[in-house]
Design a protein around this ligand. Sequence first.
Ligand SMILES: Cc1cc2nc3c(=O)[nH]c(=O)nc-3n(C[C@H](O)[C@H](O)[C@H](O)COP(=O)(O)OP(=O)(O)OC[C@H]3O[C@@H](n4cnc5c(N)ncnc54)[C@H](O)[C@@H]3O)c2cc1C
Length: 471
Amino acid sequence: MSLNNPRVCINSPANKFVPSLHIEVAIVGAGASGLSCALHLQDRGIECAVFERDDTPCGSTALSSGFIPAPCTRTQTSLNIKDSVELFVSDLRSKSKGEGSALLEQAYASAIGPALDALEVSHGFDWEILDEFLYPGHSVHRMHALPARTGQALMARLMSRAQALGIPVLTRSLVNEIWMQDNKVIGVGITRVDGSVERYSCDALVLCCNGYGGNPDLIGQYIPEMKDAVFAGHIGNDGSAILWGEGLGAELADLGGYQGHGSWAVPHGILITWALMMQGAIQVNSLGKRFHNETTGYSEAAVEVLKQPGAVAWCIFDEEIFQKGCAFPDFQAATQLAAVRRFADAASLSDYIGCTQESIGDTLAQIQTDLKTNDGLDAHTGRTFNKAISAPYYAVKVTGALFHTQGGLSVNDQARVLMKNGHALENLFAAGGAARGVSGNAVWGYLSGNGLLSAFAGAYIAACSIKASRN
Ligand SMILES: Cc1cc2nc3c(=O)[nH]c(=O)nc-3n(C[C@H](O)[C@H](O)[C@H](O)COP(=O)(O)OP(=O)(O)OC[C@H]3O[C@@H](n4cnc5c(N)ncnc54)[C@H](O)[C@@H]3O)c2cc1C
Protein backbone atom coordinates (compact mmCIF):
# COMPACT_ATOMS: atom_id res chain seq x y z
CA MET A 1 0.00 0.00 0.00
CA SER A 2 1.11 3.52 -0.73
CA LEU A 3 2.76 5.57 1.94
CA ASN A 4 0.39 7.24 4.35
CA ASN A 5 1.00 10.96 4.46
CA PRO A 6 -2.14 12.56 5.86
CA ARG A 7 -2.23 16.25 5.13
CA VAL A 8 -4.64 19.16 5.08
CA CYS A 9 -4.76 21.12 1.81
CA ILE A 10 -6.29 24.58 1.53
CA ASN A 11 -8.03 25.38 -1.74
CA SER A 12 -6.53 28.52 -3.28
CA PRO A 13 -5.70 29.86 -6.75
CA ALA A 14 -2.16 28.62 -6.24
CA ASN A 15 -3.26 25.20 -4.99
CA LYS A 16 -6.51 24.48 -6.68
CA PHE A 17 -8.80 21.60 -5.73
CA VAL A 18 -9.90 19.83 -8.91
CA PRO A 19 -12.28 16.96 -8.10
CA SER A 20 -13.19 14.29 -10.60
CA LEU A 21 -16.49 13.40 -8.91
CA HIS A 22 -18.89 14.57 -6.18
CA ILE A 23 -20.06 12.40 -3.28
CA GLU A 24 -22.65 13.55 -0.76
CA VAL A 25 -20.84 12.03 2.21
CA ALA A 26 -17.31 10.64 2.11
CA ILE A 27 -16.34 8.17 4.83
CA VAL A 28 -12.72 7.26 5.57
CA GLY A 29 -12.31 3.67 6.79
CA ALA A 30 -14.44 0.55 6.35
CA GLY A 31 -14.56 -0.84 9.89
CA ALA A 32 -17.48 -0.93 12.31
CA SER A 33 -17.85 2.84 12.44
CA GLY A 34 -17.43 3.52 8.71
CA LEU A 35 -19.72 0.75 7.50
CA SER A 36 -22.42 1.25 10.13
CA CYS A 37 -22.39 4.99 9.41
CA ALA A 38 -22.90 4.18 5.72
CA LEU A 39 -25.90 1.96 6.56
CA HIS A 40 -27.48 4.63 8.78
CA LEU A 41 -26.98 7.24 6.05
CA GLN A 42 -28.55 4.91 3.52
CA ASP A 43 -31.54 4.47 5.87
CA ARG A 44 -31.91 8.27 5.72
CA GLY A 45 -31.73 8.47 1.95
CA ILE A 46 -28.24 9.99 1.92
CA GLU A 47 -25.64 8.78 -0.59
CA CYS A 48 -22.15 8.04 0.59
CA ALA A 49 -18.95 6.28 -0.40
CA VAL A 50 -16.54 4.53 1.95
CA PHE A 51 -12.79 4.76 1.21
CA GLU A 52 -10.70 1.93 2.60
CA ARG A 53 -6.94 1.59 2.30
CA ASP A 54 -6.88 -2.24 2.40
CA ASP A 55 -7.71 -4.74 -0.35
CA THR A 56 -10.26 -6.39 1.89
CA PRO A 57 -11.92 -4.39 4.65
CA CYS A 58 -10.98 -5.82 8.02
CA GLY A 59 -9.85 -3.13 10.43
CA SER A 60 -9.57 -3.80 14.13
CA THR A 61 -13.26 -4.68 14.00
CA ALA A 62 -12.58 -8.03 12.30
CA LEU A 63 -9.84 -8.76 14.84
CA SER A 64 -12.12 -8.00 17.77
CA SER A 65 -14.47 -10.28 19.67
CA GLY A 66 -17.34 -8.19 18.35
CA PHE A 67 -18.93 -7.50 21.76
CA ILE A 68 -20.88 -4.24 22.08
CA PRO A 69 -22.40 -2.89 25.33
CA ALA A 70 -25.78 -1.19 25.01
CA PRO A 71 -28.68 -0.47 27.40
CA CYS A 72 -32.38 -0.79 26.60
CA THR A 73 -32.15 -2.40 23.18
CA ARG A 74 -35.00 -4.47 21.83
CA THR A 75 -32.92 -7.59 22.55
CA GLN A 76 -32.13 -6.62 26.13
CA THR A 77 -35.72 -5.59 26.82
CA SER A 78 -37.05 -8.87 25.40
CA LEU A 79 -34.97 -10.67 28.04
CA ASN A 80 -36.45 -8.50 30.82
CA ILE A 81 -33.03 -7.17 31.80
CA LYS A 82 -33.52 -3.96 33.75
CA ASP A 83 -31.12 -1.33 32.47
CA SER A 84 -31.09 2.38 31.68
CA VAL A 85 -28.96 4.96 29.94
CA GLU A 86 -28.30 6.47 33.40
CA LEU A 87 -27.01 3.17 34.79
CA PHE A 88 -24.72 2.71 31.79
CA VAL A 89 -23.40 6.27 32.17
CA SER A 90 -22.79 5.59 35.85
CA ASP A 91 -20.80 2.42 34.98
CA LEU A 92 -18.76 4.36 32.40
CA ARG A 93 -18.04 7.10 34.94
CA SER A 94 -17.09 4.66 37.69
CA LYS A 95 -14.60 2.93 35.42
CA SER A 96 -12.99 6.15 34.21
CA LYS A 97 -13.14 7.59 37.76
CA GLY A 98 -14.97 10.58 36.33
CA GLU A 99 -12.13 11.39 33.92
CA GLY A 100 -13.91 10.47 30.69
CA SER A 101 -15.79 13.08 28.68
CA ALA A 102 -19.17 13.43 30.45
CA LEU A 103 -20.71 14.84 27.26
CA LEU A 104 -19.69 11.84 25.17
CA GLU A 105 -20.57 9.30 27.86
CA GLN A 106 -24.12 10.63 27.83
CA ALA A 107 -24.22 10.90 24.03
CA TYR A 108 -22.84 7.41 23.37
CA ALA A 109 -24.85 5.70 26.11
CA SER A 110 -28.01 7.30 24.67
CA ALA A 111 -27.21 6.52 21.02
CA ILE A 112 -25.91 2.97 21.20
CA GLY A 113 -29.31 1.35 21.87
CA PRO A 114 -31.02 3.04 18.89
CA ALA A 115 -27.93 2.31 16.74
CA LEU A 116 -28.05 -1.44 17.43
CA ASP A 117 -31.85 -1.53 17.13
CA ALA A 118 -31.65 0.18 13.72
CA LEU A 119 -29.15 -2.43 12.53
CA GLU A 120 -31.50 -5.14 13.77
CA VAL A 121 -34.72 -3.73 12.34
CA SER A 122 -33.44 -2.36 9.02
CA HIS A 123 -30.57 -4.73 8.36
CA GLY A 124 -31.37 -7.98 10.16
CA PHE A 125 -28.58 -8.01 12.73
CA ASP A 126 -29.74 -10.77 15.11
CA TRP A 127 -28.15 -9.57 18.32
CA GLU A 128 -27.77 -11.80 21.34
CA ILE A 129 -26.88 -10.80 24.90
CA LEU A 130 -23.88 -12.49 26.49
CA ASP A 131 -25.38 -13.37 29.85
CA GLU A 132 -23.14 -16.15 31.13
CA PHE A 133 -21.25 -13.68 33.32
CA LEU A 134 -20.97 -9.95 33.99
CA TYR A 135 -18.22 -8.16 32.10
CA PRO A 136 -15.93 -6.23 34.47
CA GLY A 137 -17.46 -2.91 35.43
CA HIS A 138 -20.94 -3.54 33.97
CA SER A 139 -23.83 -3.63 36.45
CA VAL A 140 -26.10 -5.73 34.23
CA HIS A 141 -25.94 -8.00 31.19
CA ARG A 142 -25.76 -5.59 28.28
CA MET A 143 -23.00 -7.00 26.06
CA HIS A 144 -24.40 -7.65 22.57
CA ALA A 145 -22.92 -9.90 19.89
CA LEU A 146 -24.00 -11.69 16.74
CA PRO A 147 -24.57 -15.43 17.29
CA ALA A 148 -21.10 -16.30 15.89
CA ARG A 149 -19.50 -14.12 18.63
CA THR A 150 -16.61 -12.91 16.47
CA GLY A 151 -15.50 -9.61 15.01
CA GLN A 152 -15.10 -11.37 11.67
CA ALA A 153 -18.78 -12.23 11.62
CA LEU A 154 -19.63 -8.64 12.53
CA MET A 155 -17.49 -7.27 9.68
CA ALA A 156 -18.90 -9.84 7.25
CA ARG A 157 -22.45 -8.78 8.15
CA LEU A 158 -21.67 -5.07 7.77
CA MET A 159 -19.97 -5.63 4.42
CA SER A 160 -22.69 -7.87 3.04
CA ARG A 161 -25.35 -5.27 3.92
CA ALA A 162 -23.31 -2.48 2.31
CA GLN A 163 -22.88 -4.59 -0.82
CA ALA A 164 -26.54 -5.61 -0.93
CA LEU A 165 -27.55 -1.95 -0.79
CA GLY A 166 -25.05 -0.92 -3.43
CA ILE A 167 -23.06 1.35 -1.12
CA PRO A 168 -19.67 1.94 -2.79
CA VAL A 169 -16.85 0.64 -0.59
CA LEU A 170 -13.75 1.68 -2.52
CA THR A 171 -10.85 -0.49 -1.43
CA ARG A 172 -7.13 0.14 -2.06
CA SER A 173 -8.02 3.78 -1.54
CA LEU A 174 -5.74 5.44 0.97
CA VAL A 175 -7.12 8.83 1.90
CA ASN A 176 -4.17 11.20 2.27
CA GLU A 177 -5.68 14.63 1.70
CA ILE A 178 -8.48 16.58 3.31
CA TRP A 179 -9.29 19.71 1.30
CA MET A 180 -10.60 22.74 3.18
CA GLN A 181 -11.99 26.13 2.27
CA ASP A 182 -13.34 28.73 4.71
CA ASN A 183 -13.27 26.25 7.61
CA LYS A 184 -15.34 23.71 5.66
CA VAL A 185 -14.31 20.40 4.17
CA ILE A 186 -14.72 20.52 0.40
CA GLY A 187 -13.26 17.14 -0.50
CA VAL A 188 -10.68 14.41 -0.13
CA GLY A 189 -7.70 13.12 -2.07
CA ILE A 190 -7.15 9.39 -2.46
CA THR A 191 -3.89 7.69 -3.33
CA ARG A 192 -4.29 4.42 -5.22
CA VAL A 193 -1.82 1.52 -5.04
CA ASP A 194 -0.11 2.61 -8.25
CA GLY A 195 0.51 6.04 -6.71
CA SER A 196 -2.15 7.83 -8.75
CA VAL A 197 -4.22 10.44 -6.93
CA GLU A 198 -7.98 10.94 -7.30
CA ARG A 199 -9.91 13.81 -5.77
CA TYR A 200 -13.57 13.81 -4.75
CA SER A 201 -15.64 16.73 -3.55
CA CYS A 202 -18.14 16.05 -0.76
CA ASP A 203 -20.79 17.79 1.34
CA ALA A 204 -19.60 16.12 4.54
CA LEU A 205 -16.70 13.95 5.63
CA VAL A 206 -16.79 11.31 8.38
CA LEU A 207 -13.44 10.09 9.72
CA CYS A 208 -13.78 6.43 10.74
CA CYS A 209 -10.11 5.51 10.36
CA ASN A 210 -9.56 4.48 14.01
CA GLY A 211 -6.58 5.56 16.11
CA TYR A 212 -2.80 5.33 16.08
CA GLY A 213 -2.02 1.90 17.53
CA GLY A 214 -0.29 1.03 14.24
CA ASN A 215 2.07 4.02 14.46
CA PRO A 216 5.01 3.15 16.76
CA ASP A 217 6.28 6.75 16.82
CA LEU A 218 2.95 8.08 18.05
CA ILE A 219 2.67 5.26 20.61
CA GLY A 220 6.16 6.12 21.88
CA GLN A 221 5.11 9.76 22.14
CA TYR A 222 1.70 9.38 23.78
CA ILE A 223 1.67 5.93 25.41
CA PRO A 224 5.33 5.20 26.24
CA GLU A 225 4.37 2.40 28.68
CA MET A 226 3.17 0.32 25.68
CA LYS A 227 5.89 1.18 23.19
CA ASP A 228 7.44 -2.31 23.37
CA ALA A 229 4.17 -4.18 23.79
CA VAL A 230 2.57 -6.33 21.11
CA PHE A 231 0.02 -4.35 19.07
CA ALA A 232 -2.86 -6.74 18.42
CA GLY A 233 -4.97 -4.30 16.41
CA HIS A 234 -5.00 -3.40 12.73
CA ILE A 235 -1.65 -1.98 11.61
CA GLY A 236 -3.32 0.18 8.96
CA ASN A 237 -4.65 2.34 11.81
CA ASP A 238 -1.57 4.51 11.83
CA GLY A 239 -2.92 7.81 13.08
CA SER A 240 -4.42 9.55 10.03
CA ALA A 241 -7.12 11.19 12.15
CA ILE A 242 -4.83 12.79 14.69
CA LEU A 243 -2.32 13.85 12.04
CA TRP A 244 -5.13 15.59 10.13
CA GLY A 245 -6.29 17.02 13.45
CA GLU A 246 -2.87 18.56 14.01
CA GLY A 247 -2.93 20.00 10.49
CA LEU A 248 -6.38 21.48 11.04
CA GLY A 249 -5.69 22.97 14.46
CA ALA A 250 -8.32 20.65 15.91
CA GLU A 251 -8.41 19.73 19.58
CA LEU A 252 -7.00 16.31 20.46
CA ALA A 253 -7.95 14.67 23.75
CA ASP A 254 -7.20 11.69 25.98
CA LEU A 255 -4.20 10.63 23.90
CA GLY A 256 -2.91 8.57 26.84
CA GLY A 257 -6.08 6.46 26.88
CA TYR A 258 -6.11 3.00 25.34
CA GLN A 259 -7.44 -0.52 25.52
CA GLY A 260 -4.86 -2.97 26.69
CA HIS A 261 -5.45 -6.65 27.28
CA GLY A 262 -3.77 -8.80 29.90
CA SER A 263 -4.41 -12.10 28.21
CA TRP A 264 -2.76 -12.34 24.81
CA ALA A 265 -1.50 -15.93 24.34
CA VAL A 266 2.17 -16.23 23.48
CA PRO A 267 3.65 -17.22 21.17
CA HIS A 268 0.32 -18.01 19.45
CA GLY A 269 -0.89 -14.40 19.28
CA ILE A 270 -4.53 -15.04 20.14
CA LEU A 271 -6.93 -13.47 22.60
CA ILE A 272 -7.81 -15.53 25.66
CA THR A 273 -11.22 -14.39 26.81
CA TRP A 274 -11.35 -12.53 30.10
CA ALA A 275 -14.54 -14.48 30.80
CA LEU A 276 -12.22 -17.02 32.40
CA MET A 277 -11.11 -14.52 35.05
CA MET A 278 -14.66 -13.46 35.79
CA GLN A 279 -15.57 -17.13 36.33
CA GLY A 280 -12.77 -17.75 38.85
CA ALA A 281 -9.48 -18.11 36.92
CA ILE A 282 -6.32 -16.43 38.21
CA GLN A 283 -3.10 -15.07 36.74
CA VAL A 284 0.29 -16.02 38.20
CA ASN A 285 3.79 -14.93 37.30
CA SER A 286 6.85 -17.12 36.71
CA LEU A 287 7.22 -17.43 40.49
CA GLY A 288 3.75 -18.96 40.70
CA LYS A 289 2.39 -15.88 42.54
CA ARG A 290 -0.72 -13.81 41.86
CA PHE A 291 -0.02 -10.11 41.40
CA HIS A 292 -3.31 -8.23 40.92
CA ASN A 293 -7.08 -8.27 41.22
CA GLU A 294 -7.96 -9.97 37.94
CA THR A 295 -11.60 -8.84 38.08
CA THR A 296 -10.82 -5.11 37.93
CA GLY A 297 -10.55 -5.09 34.14
CA TYR A 298 -8.66 -6.68 31.27
CA SER A 299 -7.34 -3.37 29.98
CA GLU A 300 -5.24 -2.37 32.99
CA ALA A 301 -4.29 -6.04 33.42
CA ALA A 302 -2.02 -5.57 30.37
CA VAL A 303 0.20 -3.23 32.36
CA GLU A 304 0.24 -5.53 35.39
CA VAL A 305 1.30 -8.50 33.24
CA LEU A 306 4.00 -6.47 31.49
CA LYS A 307 5.49 -5.59 34.91
CA GLN A 308 6.10 -9.29 35.71
CA PRO A 309 9.40 -11.09 35.05
CA GLY A 310 9.76 -11.67 31.30
CA ALA A 311 6.57 -9.60 30.76
CA VAL A 312 4.53 -12.80 30.86
CA ALA A 313 1.98 -14.51 33.09
CA TRP A 314 -0.03 -17.73 33.13
CA CYS A 315 -3.82 -17.85 33.28
CA ILE A 316 -4.75 -20.79 35.52
CA PHE A 317 -8.19 -22.40 35.71
CA ASP A 318 -9.98 -25.71 36.12
CA GLU A 319 -12.28 -27.99 34.15
CA GLU A 320 -15.47 -26.07 35.02
CA ILE A 321 -13.99 -22.77 33.83
CA PHE A 322 -12.44 -24.44 30.77
CA GLN A 323 -15.89 -25.69 29.71
CA LYS A 324 -17.34 -22.17 30.09
CA GLY A 325 -14.50 -20.73 28.00
CA CYS A 326 -15.40 -23.13 25.20
CA ALA A 327 -18.49 -20.97 24.52
CA PHE A 328 -16.13 -18.46 22.86
CA PRO A 329 -14.76 -19.13 19.36
CA ASP A 330 -11.44 -17.39 20.17
CA PHE A 331 -10.94 -19.75 23.08
CA GLN A 332 -11.79 -22.79 20.98
CA ALA A 333 -9.20 -21.64 18.45
CA ALA A 334 -6.62 -21.17 21.22
CA THR A 335 -7.34 -24.69 22.46
CA GLN A 336 -6.92 -26.12 18.96
CA LEU A 337 -3.58 -24.30 18.65
CA ALA A 338 -2.47 -25.93 21.93
CA ALA A 339 -2.15 -22.54 23.64
CA VAL A 340 -4.38 -23.98 26.38
CA ARG A 341 -2.56 -26.77 28.24
CA ARG A 342 -4.01 -29.34 30.68
CA PHE A 343 -2.18 -30.66 33.77
CA ALA A 344 -3.21 -33.48 36.04
CA ASP A 345 -1.70 -31.99 39.19
CA ALA A 346 0.19 -29.07 40.72
CA ALA A 347 3.54 -30.78 40.09
CA SER A 348 3.15 -30.85 36.29
CA LEU A 349 1.59 -27.36 36.32
CA SER A 350 4.61 -25.96 38.20
CA ASP A 351 6.98 -27.67 35.72
CA TYR A 352 5.21 -25.88 32.87
CA ILE A 353 5.36 -22.50 34.58
CA GLY A 354 8.91 -23.04 35.78
CA CYS A 355 8.10 -22.27 39.43
CA THR A 356 8.26 -24.50 42.47
CA GLN A 357 5.39 -26.83 43.23
CA GLU A 358 5.21 -25.33 46.70
CA SER A 359 4.73 -21.84 45.31
CA ILE A 360 1.81 -22.64 42.97
CA GLY A 361 0.41 -24.96 45.65
CA ASP A 362 0.40 -22.08 48.17
CA THR A 363 -1.26 -19.75 45.66
CA LEU A 364 -4.09 -22.21 45.01
CA ALA A 365 -4.44 -23.09 48.72
CA GLN A 366 -4.71 -19.40 49.64
CA ILE A 367 -7.95 -19.15 47.62
CA GLN A 368 -9.41 -22.02 49.65
CA THR A 369 -8.32 -20.32 52.88
CA ASP A 370 -9.90 -17.04 51.77
CA LEU A 371 -13.14 -18.87 50.96
CA LYS A 372 -13.18 -20.54 54.38
CA THR A 373 -12.12 -17.64 56.56
CA ASN A 374 -12.80 -14.38 54.75
CA ASP A 375 -15.91 -14.89 52.56
CA GLY A 376 -13.56 -15.37 49.62
CA LEU A 377 -11.90 -11.95 50.02
CA ASP A 378 -8.20 -11.88 49.20
CA ALA A 379 -6.88 -9.09 51.42
CA HIS A 380 -3.77 -8.52 49.26
CA THR A 381 -5.49 -7.71 45.96
CA GLY A 382 -9.05 -7.00 47.06
CA ARG A 383 -10.47 -9.73 44.84
CA THR A 384 -13.40 -11.77 46.13
CA PHE A 385 -13.40 -15.41 45.06
CA ASN A 386 -16.55 -17.49 44.65
CA LYS A 387 -14.80 -20.77 44.03
CA ALA A 388 -11.52 -22.58 44.42
CA ILE A 389 -9.50 -23.97 41.48
CA SER A 390 -9.12 -27.74 41.61
CA ALA A 391 -7.23 -30.34 39.56
CA PRO A 392 -6.99 -31.04 36.70
CA TYR A 393 -5.57 -27.62 35.96
CA TYR A 394 -5.42 -25.64 32.73
CA ALA A 395 -2.81 -22.99 31.92
CA VAL A 396 -2.20 -20.49 29.11
CA LYS A 397 0.98 -18.42 28.84
CA VAL A 398 0.09 -14.80 28.05
CA THR A 399 1.50 -11.32 27.76
CA GLY A 400 -0.02 -7.83 27.91
CA ALA A 401 -0.94 -6.30 24.55
CA LEU A 402 -2.13 -2.98 23.16
CA PHE A 403 -5.49 -3.45 21.40
CA HIS A 404 -6.38 0.06 20.32
CA THR A 405 -5.95 3.69 21.29
CA GLN A 406 -8.81 5.60 22.90
CA GLY A 407 -7.58 9.17 22.39
CA GLY A 408 -8.30 11.16 19.27
CA LEU A 409 -10.12 14.12 17.81
CA SER A 410 -12.33 15.99 20.23
CA VAL A 411 -15.92 15.86 19.05
CA ASN A 412 -19.13 17.36 20.37
CA ASP A 413 -22.32 15.40 21.05
CA GLN A 414 -23.17 15.64 17.33
CA ALA A 415 -19.87 13.91 16.42
CA ARG A 416 -18.58 17.17 14.89
CA VAL A 417 -14.84 17.74 15.17
CA LEU A 418 -13.91 20.56 17.55
CA MET A 419 -11.18 23.09 16.91
CA LYS A 420 -8.79 24.18 19.66
CA ASN A 421 -10.91 27.32 20.15
CA GLY A 422 -13.98 25.15 20.83
CA HIS A 423 -15.60 25.92 17.48
CA ALA A 424 -17.25 22.86 15.88
CA LEU A 425 -16.49 22.26 12.22
CA GLU A 426 -19.78 22.19 10.37
CA ASN A 427 -19.21 19.26 8.03
CA LEU A 428 -16.32 17.27 9.53
CA PHE A 429 -17.30 14.35 11.75
CA ALA A 430 -15.30 11.67 13.56
CA ALA A 431 -16.47 8.34 14.99
CA GLY A 432 -14.98 5.21 16.51
CA GLY A 433 -11.28 5.21 17.28
CA ALA A 434 -10.68 8.35 15.21
CA ALA A 435 -12.45 10.36 17.91
CA ARG A 436 -11.73 10.72 21.58
CA GLY A 437 -13.39 7.85 23.44
CA VAL A 438 -15.04 7.62 26.85
CA SER A 439 -12.19 6.06 28.81
CA GLY A 440 -10.32 9.13 30.00
CA ASN A 441 -6.60 9.49 29.60
CA ALA A 442 -5.28 6.18 31.00
CA VAL A 443 -5.51 2.44 30.51
CA TRP A 444 -7.64 1.82 33.61
CA GLY A 445 -10.52 3.98 32.34
CA TYR A 446 -11.49 1.48 29.64
CA LEU A 447 -14.81 -0.20 30.41
CA SER A 448 -15.29 -3.49 28.53
CA GLY A 449 -16.66 -2.73 25.08
CA ASN A 450 -15.81 0.99 24.98
CA GLY A 451 -14.15 0.47 21.57
CA LEU A 452 -17.16 -0.76 19.64
CA LEU A 453 -19.41 1.47 21.75
CA SER A 454 -17.63 4.53 20.30
CA ALA A 455 -17.65 3.00 16.82
CA PHE A 456 -21.35 2.18 16.60
CA ALA A 457 -22.68 5.07 18.71
CA GLY A 458 -20.40 7.68 17.10
CA ALA A 459 -21.33 6.48 13.61
CA TYR A 460 -25.04 6.63 14.39
CA ILE A 461 -24.74 10.14 15.84
CA ALA A 462 -22.75 11.33 12.80
CA ALA A 463 -25.40 9.97 10.41
CA CYS A 464 -28.22 11.62 12.41
CA SER A 465 -26.32 14.94 12.52
CA ILE A 466 -25.72 14.87 8.76
CA LYS A 467 -29.41 14.18 8.17
CA ALA A 468 -30.43 17.00 10.57
CA SER A 469 -28.13 19.48 8.85
CA ARG A 470 -29.94 18.87 5.56
CA ASN A 471 -33.47 19.48 6.87
C1 LIG B 1 -8.06 -8.46 19.59
C2 LIG B 1 -9.05 -7.33 19.79
C3 LIG B 1 -10.28 -7.62 20.41
C4 LIG B 1 -11.21 -6.56 20.60
N1 LIG B 1 -12.44 -6.87 21.12
C5 LIG B 1 -13.33 -5.86 21.30
C6 LIG B 1 -14.66 -6.13 21.78
O1 LIG B 1 -15.07 -7.29 21.94
N2 LIG B 1 -15.46 -5.07 22.04
C7 LIG B 1 -15.08 -3.79 21.80
O2 LIG B 1 -15.85 -2.86 22.07
N3 LIG B 1 -13.88 -3.51 21.27
C8 LIG B 1 -13.01 -4.51 21.00
N4 LIG B 1 -11.80 -4.22 20.43
C9 LIG B 1 -11.59 -2.83 19.94
C10 LIG B 1 -12.36 -2.66 18.62
O3 LIG B 1 -11.89 -3.61 17.70
C11 LIG B 1 -12.16 -1.24 18.04
O4 LIG B 1 -12.42 -0.28 19.01
C12 LIG B 1 -13.14 -1.03 16.87
O5 LIG B 1 -13.03 -2.08 15.94
C13 LIG B 1 -12.88 0.32 16.20
O6 LIG B 1 -13.70 0.41 15.06
P1 LIG B 1 -13.35 1.50 13.95
O7 LIG B 1 -14.40 1.40 12.92
O8 LIG B 1 -13.13 2.80 14.63
O9 LIG B 1 -11.92 1.05 13.39
P2 LIG B 1 -11.46 -0.17 12.45
O10 LIG B 1 -12.37 -1.33 12.54
O11 LIG B 1 -10.03 -0.41 12.77
O12 LIG B 1 -11.58 0.43 11.00
C14 LIG B 1 -10.76 1.50 10.56
C15 LIG B 1 -10.48 1.31 9.09
O13 LIG B 1 -9.89 2.52 8.57
C16 LIG B 1 -8.93 2.16 7.60
N5 LIG B 1 -8.03 3.31 7.44
C17 LIG B 1 -7.19 3.85 8.35
N6 LIG B 1 -6.58 4.94 7.85
C18 LIG B 1 -7.05 5.10 6.59
C19 LIG B 1 -6.82 6.06 5.57
N7 LIG B 1 -5.99 7.09 5.74
N8 LIG B 1 -7.46 5.90 4.38
C20 LIG B 1 -8.32 4.87 4.17
N9 LIG B 1 -8.58 3.94 5.12
C21 LIG B 1 -7.97 4.06 6.32
C22 LIG B 1 -8.28 0.92 8.17
O14 LIG B 1 -7.62 0.17 7.18
C23 LIG B 1 -9.48 0.20 8.80
O15 LIG B 1 -10.04 -0.73 7.91
C24 LIG B 1 -10.88 -5.24 20.21
C25 LIG B 1 -9.65 -4.97 19.60
C26 LIG B 1 -8.75 -6.01 19.37
C27 LIG B 1 -7.46 -5.70 18.69
